[in-house]
Design a protein around this ligand. Structure first.
Ligand code: SF4
Length: 206
């Protein structure tokens, strides 16, 4: 996921340079190309999550039940298509079409997928007091509590690294900094909970 972000940034930089050097280039055209790149990427990530689901690798996180329900409904549509044309299997393009509406809501967080389908349920917007916004506030994301967030196997290293860093900090905190220690311990407990949920959902728990 981080690689995807870096790739997108790279594409943005290359594209910006291209427009700067090209007479008649425009910001709107540049933004349209970046947006197209994001949509293409999301189009692939959603089917990948769906294939994981079909292989028994489930999403975790507060939005997992919602995403699983959606995948179940897509699975039922695929079965109905197969029943109506025995001997045929929907191809990748047809599956992508079935997932398209959900794929359009996907935003990438640092440590989660954000399925931004309903702004009124977005925890970041609720915390910021801007529930009417049409974009999530990724900088205020609290994916461990937001009902639109899911965590997948690819997010595990980010959470593991976060937990490890906190363990190191906590070990170094002096006796006089009780509040700071308690705050970090609470965050560490959250990280460890997210990790165990990812492991249970993806089938990698020890
Ligand atoms: S809190 Fe995070 S997952 Fe939830 S809507 Fe905001 S950015 Fe998306």
């Amino acid at each position: 996921m981080l690689a995807a972000k870096i790739h997108l940034k790279h594409v943005s930089i290359v594209t910006t340079e291209g427009y700067a050097a090209s007479p008649g280039g425009s910001q709107a055209k540049f933004m349209a190309e970046v947006s197209a790149e994001e949509q293409a990427r999301n189009k692939n990530l959603t089917p990948a999550a769906f294939r994981d689901y079909q292989n028994g690798i489930r999403p975790a996180g507060p939005g997992a039940r919602d995403l699983i329900d959606h995948f179940e409904s897509v699975d039922e549509e695929i079965l109905a298509m197969q029943a109506s044309s025995p001997g045929t299997r929907p191809g990748d393009e047809e599956v992508i079409q079935l997932l398209a509406r959900r794929a359009k809501t996907l935003r990438l967080g640092i440590a989660n997928y954000c399925w931004f389908a309903d702004p009124s349920r977005a925890l970041c917007l609720i915390l910021a007091g801007t529930p009417g916004s049409d974009k999530p506030l990724v900088g205020m994301c609290d994916s461990a509590r937001c009902p639109q967030a899911t965590h997948h196997g690819g997010h595990r290293p980010v959470w593991a690294s976060s937990a490890q860093n906190k363990k190191v900090f906590i070990a170094k905190i002096g006796r006089g900094q009780r509040d700071e220690k308690a705050r970090l311990q609470k965050e560490l407990d959250r990280d460890l909970r997210v990790l165990s949920e990812i492991d249970a959902a993806t089938g990698t728990a020890a």
